[in-house]
Design a binder for this molecule. Structure first.
Ligand code: SAM
Length: 288
């Protein structure tokens, strides 16, 4: 089977299989060889690695991953792509194709089955409509992961890297930075895909922290406060924690005074360290 990473081969596979792109699955197939090779290099894959690819499409990146890794698990939601993948990947004995919605998979079970529970690497050109649930699901599952190297919408990559006080800063920035060290590897223009997306893209690598950068008594409680704080960005922290996490206003006020912060401060001004401290100070109001 020839390499798919060019427009001609991609179009050939699509036409010969009479494949119809499904917008609802965020299908934009990569056709640029230098971007693909950059993804493979920056994900630092060796023959020792088991890689999870989310959304293999017609198998373009899967071919390159199969050559670099020990084993590749490719999870694809679109039933029409499964027979195509069996054809394009037939020369690779180290690829397992799974027809499933990645959000419904038990990742810990998958890793136990295919990698004896040892950490894996995730590499993907993600479907943009579910980037955040996929990334958060990977982290919150506590599944053993070394790193996540993914193509995402450029705007989302910016949000993952942003710090307090910037317009891109939010719950996603804090979650990604709590669990990992994000680095944008490359910006990718729309003409590197078929069909072209309406937005710019970026490859971002999230290397998982072995130990989180802040100490917090209950991280789920901290994330509940963070979600409440950014749920209504224009409200003060005092009001958003009251309406979004049922924290009494006098308790938030006492905590803010303890932290030398103004009572009119908004969530977007707080760093991860400050959210961790705030969450510990308000731990008595944790209801979960
Ligand atoms: N990896 C291919 C490439 O780079 O050319 C395709 C990338 S395309 C942006 C996203 C892929 O994810 C599509 O193949 C789509 O069908 C698949 N997909 C969308 N939602 C999914 C889900 N919930 N679970 C698994 N795959 C999904």
């Amino acid at each position: 089977m020839s390499k798919l990473i060019n427009p001609q081969e991609t179009i050939k596979v699509i036409q010969s299989n009479d494949f119809k792109f499904q917008k609802r699955f965020g299908q934009n197939f990569l056709i640029d060889e230098s971007v693909l090779s950059n993804i493979i290099t920056s994900s630092d894959i060796t023959k020792e690695d088991c890689v999870l690819e989310i959304g293999p499409g017609i198998g373009t990146m899967t071919q390159a991953l199969a050559e670099a890794a020990g084993h590749v698990i490719a999870v694809e939601i679109d039933a029409n792509l499964i027979p195509i993948l069996h054809e394009t990947l037939k020369d690779y004995s180290n690829v397992t194709i799974i027809h499933s919605d990645v959000l419904k998979l038990d990742l810990n079970e998958l890793i136990k089955t295919y990698n004896n529970g040892k950490p894996i690497k995730v590499v993907a050109n993600l479907p943009y409509y579910i980037t955040t649930p996929i990334i958060m699901g990977l982290f919150e599952s506590s599944a053993p992961l070394y790193s996540i190297t993914v193509m995402v919408q450029k705007e989302v990559a910016d949000r993952m890297q942003s710090g307090p006080g910037t317009k891109d800063y939010g719950a996603l920035s804090l979650a990604v930075q709590y669990y990992s060290d994000p680095v944008i590897v490359q910006l990718v223009p729309p003409n590197c895909f078929i069909p072209r997306p309406n937005v710019g893209s970026a490859v971002i690598r999230l290397s998982r922290h072995s130990v989180p950068p802040v100490n917090v008594e209950n991280d789920l409680w901290m994330f509940k406060l963070i979600k409440a704080a950014f749920g209504q960005r224009r409200k003060t922290l005092l009001n958003s924690l009251f309406s979004g996490a049922a924290v009494p206003k006098d308790a938030t006020l006492t905590a803010l005074q303890h932290m030398n912060l103004s009572e009119t401060i908004r969530g977007e001004a707080l760093s991860l360290d400050q959210f961790a401290l705030l969450s510990d100070l308000l731990i008595d109001h944790c209801t979960d």
